[in-house]
Design a protein around this ligand. Structure first.
Ligand SMILES: Cc1cc2nc3c(=O)[nH]c(=O)nc-3n(C[C@H](O)[C@H](O)[C@H](O)COP(=O)(O)O)c2cc1C
Length: 197
């Protein structure tokens, strides 16, 4: 009897947790990345990319031939890294046939080296392209060479430093269960900050 009461209580608790969590997770975006994940990835982007003058953009052809090129026209927007295309050759061809990229962001004097990996889109005459033109015009006094922009939606961040954590993934879209737990924590933290809601 005691066992069945405990089972009913346990089951009800799990059910409540699931119902509450599903309500919280409802605002996951169309890629299934929750605000919690995006926040972490966006934070890495916002914290580290402004500290570098250039990044290394790695791409690969459909058949797996790798390529890497230095890029200096860089903007960020949440979990997106946006790079201006003025001179991309193999990079652009690769992205047209295989829309994935890795970006190495490194300043060893400041003690960091990070890899950002994600999916890419090439955008012409969009808001991002116009904004990049304004930025480049301001920086170099000319933006005519800017054909379009590569928008990288970052899905994973890796530690690229020396030492025991070298190569480890430090931010990524978590499994559904993990996502629910993270989202739950974010919901609880948010409700604590907004007692009126
Ligand atoms: C310091 C530096 C900054 C660069 N910045 C950019 C950039 O922001 N955009 C771009 O299209 N090419 C830039 N380039 C040129 C690329 O590194 C590269 O030459 C071009 O993409 C062609 O190489 P690929 O065939 O590997 O794409 C830059 C080169 C250097 C040396």
């Amino acid at each position: 009897m005691k066992k069945s009461i405990a089972a009913v209580i346990g089951l009800s608790a799990v059910l409540c947790l699931v119902i509450f969590s599903v309500g919280c997770v409802g605002n996951a975006d169309q890629n299934g990345v929750t605000a919690g994940d995006e926040t972490v990835i966006s934070q890495y982007i916002a914290d580290y990319i402004p500290q570098v003058e250039t990044v290394q953009l790695a791409t690969s052809s459909a058949s797996g031939v790798p390529n890497v090129a230095t890029m200096s026209t860089i903007m960020t927007d949440g979990n997106r890294i946006i790079i201006g295309n003025g001179y991309m050759d193999k990079t652009l061809k690769n992205l047209q046939e295989n829309p994935r990229a890795a970006v190495l962001v490194q300043n060893t004097d400041e003690g960091f080296s990070l890899q950002f990996k994600g999916t890419t889109e090439i955008k012409t005459d969009t808001e991002e392209h116009i904004l990049m033109k304004e930025l480049v015009e301001e920086k170099f006094g000319d933006s005519e060479f800017l054909k379009n922009v590569v928008v990288i939606t970052v899905t994973e961040v890796y530690n690229s430093m020396l030492g025991e954590n070298a190569g480890q993934r430090i931010a990524w879209p978590h499994s559904s269960f993990f996502r629910i737990i993270i989202r739950l924590a974010v919901c609880i933290a948010d409700s604590g900050q907004n007692p009126g809601l």
